[in-house]
Design a protein around this ligand. Sequence first.
Ligand code: CAA
Length: 396
Amino acid sequence: MNKMDYVGIDHMAAYIPGQFLPLESLAIARNIDVKKYHEGIGVREMSIPSYDDDVVSMGANAGLRLLRESGIDPKEIGLLIVGTESSEDRAKPDASLIHSLLGISESCRVFNITHACAGANYGLVSAIDWLSADSSRNYAMVIASDIAMYGVGSAGEPTQGAGAVALMVSRSPRLLGIKELATFSNSVYDFWRPIREPFPIVKGVYSVQCYLKAALACFKKISIDQNYDFVYHTPYPKLVEKIHHEICSLMGISLDERSAHYQEKVSPSNEFSAKIGNTYTASLWFALMGCIEFKLKNLTKDLDSKDENKGMYLFSYGSGSGAILMEAALSNYWVEMAKHFNCADDLINRATLTIEEYEKILSGEKLQKNNEPGAVKFIFSGCENHQRKYELINRQ
Ligand code: CAA
């Protein structure tokens, strides 16, 4: 892939809630061997939103950071798409609230896309099409924001999480160019959330089979380059390891070599998911940030190691189901853009919840342990006349 030829991601920025539950605490409370979580599922911590985090505030916080770090004027954004499956409103899009909070121009197309975990990815390819259709268009913003909760004591409980990632899409991307390679759609009930259900209904084993079917369908359509990095939608890291094992078989990689290939080409992208948990629409983008932050950390002064021409595959899966496989290539300025990510530091700065605090939060108690002195951020400040209100605060 020639990195200069494609529209793509100019910059990306994350918002991670300021508190987390260590999976050791969950294992003790549920009387489960912690190795099941650490080794069997591959998760160590999960981000828990506080009562003043929601899809809108988290998405707006990621968007605010994106604007500040990219230096792009919000008035230049002509398209804003929010991908989410945990919206609070069935009619008014979260995107319209975020549009207002970020001060984006009225001459902007603003909407949500719902397709389980793939909503933001459909948003990204739509934004790429929109930019490619007219050279007078400069920037589109795509936000992935989700709270992934299955409920106390459920099978999905150890795979919960929350977070948001905002992407700035441009025709001369400083971070990476993107090209769509293959797509897949097939109506199934593997994970769904009927109206008025507080949590999704999930058929765990079947959902894994559906994910695998979609991944194989997409990767079979291309000639796979083994030297690329592989970045997957990550409900939990162990699933990605299993899926990659099957993709290795398509590449003709022997059983003996598959673990090493996974370690080198996939595992860096699982680093954040193991500490944040599933974030549905945002999970692929946290995986991508993990992959890029890892490259940045391991940069040497040797310019060849900047990986400029090296490609990546990005695979997104949304239950229900739909999938997209994309190819990406780092741009010339990726190092300068990636230096802003700092997800690893954001994770270190979170406050630790006890199991009792976690259960109180899930039962609706307004408990707050955020460890964010001085943070300037949007919060959900309550409802008036059924209207959700938000404030920009400076946390002391
Ligand atoms: N030590 C080490 N490993 C252990 C262990 C121990 N003491 N005890 C169990 N394990 C292993 C098991 O052997 C198993 O490994 P394999 O999968 O290799 O067999 C693994 O831990 C999980 O054990 P179970 O299968 O018994 O776990 P479970 O029944 O509790 O369910 C789950 C696990 C299906 C992931 C469940 O957490 C779940 O339903 N999660 C939500 C659904 C999901 O994430 N689906 C993913 C595809 S759908 C999608 O991608 C969309 C999306 O984001 C939701």
